[in-house]
Every structure is written in structure tokens, then in C-alpha cells.
Design a protein around this ligand. Structure first.
Ligand code: PGA
Length: 272
């Protein structure tokens, strides 16, 4: 896994407050991570900012047209990809307040976070998450599947919990779709907290998740990236990637600070 690009993914959640702040943060990240060759950065903003950010990337249909006219070359753009924080499994129709793959595709969105614990808290079940994953794959998105236990017990029941989350989320997902899957391990109590969990625990979980995927898919060529998320910052990123053997990081609060996010991406780049 060490030869592959590390994924540094920002989940902006319901932030920042204005479009101009969103574009400022994004532009700074684009500029400051442009030189990184061994790191794939992805930003998952609120939907309402996707169009503005896609224009900065030249990814939206409208932006592509303008670019063609101006004959700009795309090598001037930093390779920050755009992700969505959710999607509805239906393509269109009567789904008040929802977002679909069809709508997201217009803005060059390549990745979709599915199963974040904050959405599970709103009532998203493993079965719903499964239908979303199948729909997202159908739309040719890369899926960032979040799994994580709420509490840890001494008897290791949390391992069975994670295994069950993976099995249910991936029901019906074919082996050939594994190339479109990223798993983010996010222990719920470490999200929005003051500290990440120790790298040694992360290491144990990346091995466990990989083994579970092996057990489900019975394949020796499994290359699914396993990420960690939960209170990642520029100080702990290096040890999580190295000692935790994570293939990348899913970052909440620190992804809204372009300097912190860039510092994490630079660390990942030097370790890849
Ligand atoms: P945090 O959020 O980095 O603010 O802890 C992580 C996440 O929710 O993915």
C-alpha cells in the first residue's frame, strides 16, 4: 500500500458560513497542495458550494464550456477533487431536501461520503447505507464508506459491530467494484473530540478491516484504501499514517483551516 497515493479528505460538514469563505479556503488549498504528487486531496463541501468550487476546478459543465472557449489548459489547476457528503439512492423525483447522483454529477463530484456517523445518528440504517452505496457505484462515484463503533468494550464486541457494519453496507457490492471503494474507520467518540485514538489502535483496526474485506471477498488482491478519521490534526497526522498504517485521513474541523489541511497533506506526501 505504501507506493499508493495517500487520500487526504476534508469533510466540511455544514461549514463555512458563506460562499466567499468557501472559495477562499478552497483556492488556498488548491494553490498550496498543487505540488504534491503522492497525495490525493478531496474536499467534501456543503452542496450549495459545489458549483462555485467546481468552477474553480474547471469541473462543472458550465466551467468546462467556458474553459474550452478560453482555451485554458487544465494543468494550471491543482488536483483537489470534489466529494459530496451524502446522496439519495433515487436519481430524481419527490425527495424533499435530498440530493441525487444525477444532480451531483453536474459539478464534477467524484467521491461521495456514505454512512458518516452524523448521518447514522439522523436515522440512516445499514440497509439504507447499502442502497446508497449501490446507487453511488451505479453513478460511477467512488464511495467513502464510514464505519465506526460508538463505544469500546473490553470483550471486543466492537469488532463484531464493525464487521457487521461492513457486511451490511457491502451486501451486493461486487468484487470488481472494490476499486471504487474507500473505507474510513471513524470511532464515533473520537469525532469532534480533543484527541484521536492511539496509532496502535488504528493499526489494529486497519488490519481488522482489511481482514474483514478479505473474508467477504475472498480475494488476495485487495487494494481498498483504509482511512482513519476523528480529531486528526497536523500534529498527529504523521503517526496515524505511519504507525497506524492508514492509507489516508478523513478530516473534519482541520479541513476548514487551509494551513492545517495543507500541512497534513504535505506530511502525507512525504510519507508516501
Ligand atoms: P473531526 O471530524 O476531524 O472534526 O473530528 C471527523 C469526521 O467527522 O469525519
Amino acid at each position: 500500500m505504501t507506493q499508493k497515493k495517500k487520500f487526504i479528505i476534508g469533510n466540511w460538514k455544514m461549514n463555512p458560513a458563506t460562499t466567499s469563505l468557501a472559495t477562499d479556503i478552497f483556492k488556498k488549498i488548491q494553490k498550496d497542495t498543487a505540488h504534491l504528487t503522492k497525495t490525493q486531496t478531496i474536499i467534501c463541501p456543503p452542496y450549495i458550494y459545489l458549483e462555485s468550487l467546481a468552477r474553480l476546478q474547471g469541473l462543472s459543465k458550465a466551467a468546462k464550456k467556458t474553459k474550452k472557449k478560453k482555451k485554458e489548459s487544465s494543468h494550471t489547476l491543482a488536483p483537489v477533487l470534489l466529494g459530496a457528503q451524502n446522496l439519495n439512492s433515487e436519481p430524481m423525483g419527490a425527495r424533499t431536501g435530498e440530493i441525487s447522483g444525477e444532480l451531483l454529477k453536474q459539478f464534477g463530484v467524484t467521491h461521495v461520503i456514505i454512512g458518516h456517523s452524523e448521518r447514522r445518528d439522523l436515522g440512516e440504517t445499514d440497509a439504507i447505507i447499502n442502497t446508497k452505496i449501490l446507487a453511488a457505484l451505479n453513478w460511477k462515484f467512488k464511495v467513502i464508506l464510514c464505519v465506526g463503533e460508538k463505544v469500546r468494550d473490553d470483550d471486543g464486541h466492537y469488532l463484531a459491530f464493525i464487521k457487521n457494519q461492513l457486511e451490511q453496507a457491502l451486501a451486493g457490492v461486487k468484487k470488481e467494484n472494490l476499486k471504487s471503494l474507500i473505507v474510513a474507520y471513524e470511532p464515533v467518540w473520537a469525532i469532534g473530540a480533543t484527541e484521536a485514538i492511539p496509532p496502535s489502535s488504528i493499526h489494529g483496526m486497519t488490519i481488522f478491516i482489511r481482514k474483514t474485506l478479505f473474508d467477504i471477498y475472498k480475494t488476495r488482491t485487495l487494494t481498498t484504501p483504509i482511512l482513519y478519521g476523528g480529531s486528526v490534526d497536523s500534529k498527529n497526522a504523521g503517526e496515524i499514517l505511519q504507525q497506524g498504517s492508514a492509507d489516508g485521513l478523513l478530516i473534519g474541523r482541520q479541513s476548514l483551516d487551509p494551513n492545517a489541511f495543507t500541512a497534513i497533506a504535505v506530511t502525507a506526501n512525504t510519507l508516501s
